[in-house]
Write a protein that binds this ligand. Structure first.
Ligand code: ATP
Ligand code: MG
Length: 392
């Protein structure tokens, strides 16, 4: 039984999935999702490029890994593959929920998982009448948000990624200004989404959870902690450092509940974003951590340099070895070990205040999560796909 991988342009994640499939002895077939036509008619349901018809190729495929690179493209891809009778990792239902931070939080809440208080106002900051006169809703939206959230709040696009346009707002004036500048867009189709500011220390978490059909959900015991003091956003895309930390059992159990809330009883793989609220558990003095992060910078810069190397797409194996060596050097330093331990100790204290706020259905993993946590998501993805694969 073969499985397929669908994408537009391969990145190191996709090359990693291919290499892993090869190691596992699983045939992996590429389905392009760019310059192809998808024809739907009463007598036709066809996918083809100029050179090749993929409808036949798909006949011997039991399941599809959806690695299309934006939330919108993944939604299209999963719907098309499912209409062709192919189970997809992740399913269109999972993509639909993960597309929106609000929809995700609604599911987490139903599952009884701790979430940051969040407010959605389904109205755009400004609207146009038929005569093109502009109506301003900024003040009313700000009033609605301030009735529910006091003090500092975070405004973010409901379908955003990479921390783009995630803003901290500390005053009413700043809120009104931000609302004035906000337009509907592909990452924020409707309205305004605001969230209480979670007072975390200097790190947040990315937690991997997956489920094969017929098995219980499983949370990987190590999470990727993203850490830094420069910005309240500690996600990796902004260049923050990463640490592999052991998760308390209560957090793993909550993560599994999050996964079940989104993916249900079939097969899925998700990377969850979570933030621990530290409150009284913030150490009085974090000078040691700051100084350790500074000492780690040259090692982490070296990792970034390897990551930027364009040769990675030409000679993946050699580049991958270099990347592993760079991470190894970084992880073997004393500052790394001290910071890692500080995070683990803090996490143990705040384990009951870890708030889950997002689920990522197509996470990047090869370059960081895999090397810091030992979780090769490619292997989980392939096992998930095999568990739902039909005989074609
Ligand atoms: N309510 C909040 N309180 C405190 N910090 C927050 C809050 N929401 C987000 N952040 C910080 O901002 C970062 C980016 O936020 P979020 O994950 O919501 O955006 P994103 O666009 O989905 O980013 P990514 O794709 O990297 O996950 C988070 O990793 C976290 O560090
Ligand atoms: Mg996120």
């Amino acid at each position: 039984m073969s499985i397929a991988i669908l994408y537009e342009h391969p990145e190191t994640d996709e090359l990693g999935i291919k290499a892993t499939a090869q190691e596992m002895g699983v045939e992996l077939i590429h389905i392009p999702f760019r310059l192809v036509s998808i024809t739907v008619g009463n007598d036709a349901f066809r996918i083809r490029s100029k050179a090749k018809e993929y409808t036949w190729v798909l006949e011997r495929v039991g399941a599809v890994l959806n690695r299309a690179q934006s939330k919108n493209r993944r939604l299209y891809a999963s719907s098309i593959m499912e209409a062709l009778g192919k189970p997809v990792i992740n399913s269109s239902r999972v993509e639909y929920i993960c597309f929106s931070k609000l929809r995700t939080l609604l599911e987490f809440r139903r599952a009884g998982v701790k979430i940051p208080k969040s407010v959605f106002v389904p109205c755009n900051s400004h609207e146009f009448l038929e005569n093109m006169a502009k109506i301003h809703n900024e003040v009313s939206i700000a009033d609605l948000l301030e009735m529910e959230l006091d003090g500092t709040m975070v405004i973010k696009p409901d379908s955003g990624t990479h921390g783009r346009d995630v803003r901290l707002v500390k005053s009413r004036e700043a809120l009104i200004q931000l609302l004035e500048d906000t337009q509907p867009s592909i990452i924020n189709p409707v309205g305004i989404f605001a969230q209480e500011f979670v007072d975390k220390w200097f790190y947040d978490l990315r937690i991997v959870v997956s489920k094969e059909r017929g098995k219980p959900p499983s949370c990987h015991p190590l999470a990727l902690a993203r850490a830094g003091f420069k910005d309240f956003r500690t996600n990796t895309f902004l260049g923050n450092m990463v640490f592999g930390v052991k998760l308390p059992a209560a957090v793993m159990e909550a993560a599994e509940r999050c996964g079940m809330a989104i993916g249900g009883d079939s097969a899925w793989i998700l990377a969850l974003d979570a933030m621990p609220r530290v409150e009284g558990s913030r150490p009085a003095d974090d000078e040691c951590i700051r100084s350790d992060l500074e000492k780690l910078e040259p090692y982490f810069d070296n990792i970034k340099k390897v990551k930027r190397n364009p040769a990675k797409m030409k000679d993946f194996q050699t580049w991958n070895k270099r990347l592993e060596e760079a991470f190894d050097l970084y992880k073997r330093t004393e500052p790394y070990e001290r910071v890692r331990r500080a995070i683990e100790e803090n996490l143990e204290k705040v384990k009951d205040r870890v708030m889950f706020h997002e689920a990522n259905s197509c996470p990047e993993f090869w370059e960081q999560t895999r090397l810091m946590t030992g979780a090769n998501l490619a292997e989980h993805m392939i096992k998930c796909a095999l568990s739902v694969a039909n005989s074609g």
